[in-house]
Design a protein around this ligand. Sequence first.
Ligand code: NAP
Length: 246
Amino acid sequence: MSKLQRKTALVTGAASGIGRATAQALQAEGARVAGIDRDAFAPDHGLDIALKVDVTDPEQLRAAVAEISDNLGPIVVLANCAGVSPGPFAGHEMPDDVWALTVGVNLTGSFNVCRAVIPGMLAAGGGSIINIGSVMSKVGNPGYVAYVASKAGVLGLTRSLALDYAQMGIRVNTVCPGFIETPMVARSLPDDPFEAQAVLTSIRDMHPVGRLGRPEEIAAAVLWLAADASFVTGSEITVDGGFTAR
Ligand code: NAP
């Protein structure tokens, strides 16, 4: 039997990139998967439920979690993949709204979703929460102070929640990707194709394996944490082609 057969998973940011690949990987392992995103889903999304929800809005989230649980059963896997990375801005030029958006989605948004699903996980006897950090959870990045701070915060969020629920069957972990081929990276490139290629080459060269990662390679780590990693909590798995090994 597939490892997540008849289990319900919620994936945020499921309309794109890592979230979409994660939703597909969980489905392939038998889970019933609900996706939420602030963007519209492609018509062929293939999810059991797809809802337009903003993770910065706790009320929308509460309603979405209730709808998903009523229709698919209690959510026992959460993959927090929604994220934004606006920039670059020198630290002293960081606009208030960009700081608030970045921390609001990446850190507070991840917390909001955890808080919304944990009561159901407790009632169901446990669950697995996987937050998406970044290599930027561990190292700085010029021009991206809000992103780096938000992703460093995700490690603290993960560790503290892991301790809160360690004896109640809920495991909480972080996956820290290197640069991955997704729309988020594509959007960050300059418009000029030659400049874009130069930036892409410099990003590639930061990874000792000599390439960017693929969304499925992050989804595989999420899947392991969701389905197999019974003694892993409060931890982070770095999936970065050697980026942070240098
Ligand atoms: P992506 O392709 O842009 O997907 C992220 C999805 O989250 C988008 O559909 C986005 O919508 C959605 N989203 C943003 N704000 C939201 C909100 N408030 N409520 C609900 N959904 C929201 O990016 P990705 O590369 O897959 O990134 C997924 C996660 O991995 C993020 O946390 C990111 O920081 C992290 N990560 C990515 C990389 C990388 O190199 N790609 C590396 C390390 C970590 P919009 O398109 O409207 O913004």
